[in-house]
Design a protein around this ligand. Structure first.
Ligand code: ATP
Length: 432
């Protein structure tokens, strides 16, 4: 993990937020390469989950919702972790994660923490709306993106002219006041979720649960995870939320253990029924053909965007031993998520002008970069380290033969390609 964290900071993928003030625990900034990686992941998710489907539509809802939302969803009452404090060093821990608490450095004669009794700590971040400090103006930053999908269910179904079964998807920020943020971005206080709620007839919940579980597994394999680094784990009955019928996590093998990056849940009719009860607005559904009225059941897929980015970074990282004892650091990103698809490198600064012209032509199609400083070997290594699938080198012969050299990141194989064909050549190889 230390190597990933250091590469992320050094090359500008992800680093501590507010670093110049000493950072702020649980908050992270994505730099120029990180934002490309994250945007690529979100775009691929949106493509597969919304654009390529007739039966899923997207929304983008507000982060702050009506306070009744969180009463109906159960978050106001139940969204808490047990917390304990050390009276001596004042550190705060999750009562169910005391194995990681370490030693107390403030007590005389003992290294044990002097812990309080566990108390429940609500994980929703609170804020105030408007100028008045009246308690009625208290609101919360959403701890998950899906609740607006439920409260908007009726309107979205009508405007999109959808019939059950169908789904509503959204990508957005969520906030949880985690007691102990840790493992880099894995457990943050501000993060993004890509969620989809699929509404089905009660008789079809098992069928759709299996369908979405398989689809989501396929998606993660498409991201380039090796099959032995990804697994599906069904929840034991005592892990299930009280309203849930079934749940399976997509887990990735991080350096710190197998951990969840996405959850697939059968949430039953809990959400729509509760919002119907709390709002007084009927969120039921009447089948236009059979005329049967019922409350649809919900199958949810909930992917953590930041956790999946972290898994992509971990999965891609390799220190490859080369002949002669040299080591190169390579990020083996799948082309679909690689921040830069192609780098254009003139062999000499003297060739800068035509090389730049080529890069300007390519950048209309792909995310590209241009680099003319340092020897060519070093420039290849710089691109390998950020996972650029192809380097295109313009050399002195290019002037005469109209060709450039295309070097592939993983095999390091080089191929001479006519300049006029570079764009289609790269496109074919990036999409293969
Ligand atoms: P955990 O048990 O690890 O706290 P969870 O079961 O509470 O996770 P869900 O409520 O199912 O998580 O949220 C769906 C997804 O959102 C998770 O699979 C994860 O990828 C992401 N997620 C949840 N909490 C965090 C967090 N604090 N930081 C980053 N991502 C998170």
């Amino acid at each position: 993990m230390d190597k990933i964290v250091s590469l992320c900071a050094r090359r500008g993928f992800i680093f501590q937020s507010s670093d110049i003030y000493g950072g702020i625990n649980g908050f992270w900034d994505y730099g120029p390469l990180g934002v490309e990686l994250k945007n690529n992941l979100k775009a691929l998710w949106w493509q597969r989950m919304v654009r390529e489907r007739d039966d899923v539509v997207g929304i983008d809802s507000s982060i702050i919702c009506h306070p009744r939302t969180w009463e109906a969803s159960g978050h106001t009452q139940n969204f808490s972790d047990p917390m304990v404090d050390c009276r001596a060093c004042k550190k705060r821990f999750r009562a169910d994660q005391l194995d990681d608490a370490g030693k107390c450095d403030a007590r005389q004669g003992s290294s044990e923490h002097d812990l309080t009794e566990p108390r429940n700590f609500n994980l929703m971040l609170q804020t105030q709306i408007g100028a008045s400090e009246d308690a009625s103006q208290v609101a919360h930053l959403r701890p998950e993106t899906c609740q607006s999908i439920f409260t908007d269910f009726k309107r979205v179904r009508e405007v999109a002219r959808q019939k059950v079964p169908f789904g509503i998807a959204q990508i957005g920020k969520a906030f949880r006041n985690e007691i102990t943020p840790r493992n880099f971005t894995f457990r943050s206080r501000e993060f993004e979720q890509a969620e989809m709620e699929f509404f089905v007839h009660p008789s079809e919940r098992e069928k759709w649960f299996s369908y979405w579980r398989d689809e989501r597994r396929k998606f993660h394999l498409e991201l380039g995870f090796s099959p032995d680094a990804i697994r599906m784990r069904a929840h034991e009955s005592d892990e299930l939320a009280h309203y849930a019928n079934a749940a399976e996590d997509v887990e990735f093998l991080f350096p710190f253990d197998w951990q969840e990056i996405e959850g697939v849940h059968d949430r039953g009719d809990w959400d729509l029924s509760r919002h119907t009860e709390f709002s007084g607005k009927d969120l039921g559904y009447t089948d236009p053909e059979s005329k049967e009225s019922y409350t649809p059941m919900v199958i949810e897929t909930s992917m953590g965007v930041d956790r999946t980015c972290l898994a992509i970074l971990v999965n891609a990282y390799e220190e490859e031993a080369l002949e002669g004892g040299d080591v190169r650091t390579v990020m083996h990103f799948a082309p679909s998520v690689a921040p830069i698809k192609a780098a254009v490198l003139p062999l000499s600064k003297k060739l800068g002008e035509p090389a730049r012209e080529l890069e300007r032509a390519l950048r209309r199609r792909f995310a590209t970069s241009y680099d003319e400083t340092g020897n060519i070997g070093r420039r290849y290594r710089r691109q390998d380290e950020v996972g650029t699938p192809f380097c295109v080198t313009y050399d002195f012969e290019s002037e005469d033969d109209g060709c450039v050299t295309v070097r592939e990141r993983d095999s390091m194989e080089q191929q001479r390609v006519p300049m006029a064909d570079v764009e289609s050549h790269l496109r074919a190889r990036l999409e293969s």
